[in-house]
Design a protein around this ligand. Structure first.
Ligand SMILES: [Cu+2]
Length: 217
């Protein structure tokens, strides 16, 4: 009997840990899961000792494209650009307050200044104008992108209210994002966000220069 009691205590302890986790699923207008969309959870009230995400954000230039096409980062983090192509790129931020512009030679890694303003950063390349990519700067360490099943899990301090937001540059609504409030406790362990409309098609990242040779004839 004592053993059974211990098992129950241990089981409760496991559930206690799991109650910190929030599962978010993103679906589109047709009920289909949406993969590779940015989701972040921001505490509505000041949460003490909000951790800082220490993961380095790498954005590669590969095949004359930004890879990944969209990224998310915490305010104060840098972007580490890595040119995997055998040619030079000339990367720049299109607008906004987190500005950068530099040439990056083949094989080189370049670290930006910390991004200090929460906003959507659009970036391009002066040499290959079809290249486009985005990095979203958020004021929370709880962020990521959905998996193939359209899901993402956050480990969150419990008994707090969060605004959970899905963002994508091809989500054609105000600020390219939709939000939902949720109080995370031992009852609320998952939520579904339905996008008000389907994502627009991703831009075609192929350039004119592949055809220049043909055009000369
Ligand atoms: Cu380029």
């Amino acid at each position: 009997m004592k053993n059974l009691y211990l098992v129950i205590i241990a089981t409760l302890a496991i559930f206690e840990v799991k109650s910190d986790e929030l599962l978010v699923k993103i679906i589109d207008d047709n009920g289909q899961s949406v993969s590779d969309i940015v989701v972040y959870a921001k505490p509505n009230m000041e949460v003490e000792n909000l951790p800082v995400n220490k993961e380095t954000l790498y954005i590669e230039q590969k095949g004359k494209k930004f890879s990944p096409y969209i990224a998310v980062m915490q305010k104060g983090q840098t972007i580490n650009f890595v040119n995997k192509d055998d040619i030079t790129h000339h990367i720049y931020s299109v607008s906004g307050e987190n500005r950068f512009e530099f040439k990056i030679k083949a094989g080189v890694e370049k670290v930006t200044n910390p991004m200090l303003v929460t906003e959507e950063i659009a970036m391009g390349c002066n040499i290959h104008d079809w290249m486009s990519g985005y990095a979203l700067v958020v004021d929370t360490p709880y962020f990521g992108k959905t998996n193939k099943q359209g899901m993402i899990t956050f480990s969150l301090p419990k008994n707090a209210k969060y605004e959970v937001t899905a963002w994508h540059p091809q989500l054609d609504v105000k600020d390219n994002r939709v939000s939902q409030s949720i109080t995370v406790n031992h009852v609320n362990l998952s939520t579904i966000i339905t996008l008000p409309e389907n994502l627009l098609p991703l831009p075609e990242q192929t350039g004119q220069d592949e055809f220049d040779f043909i055009e000369e004839y």
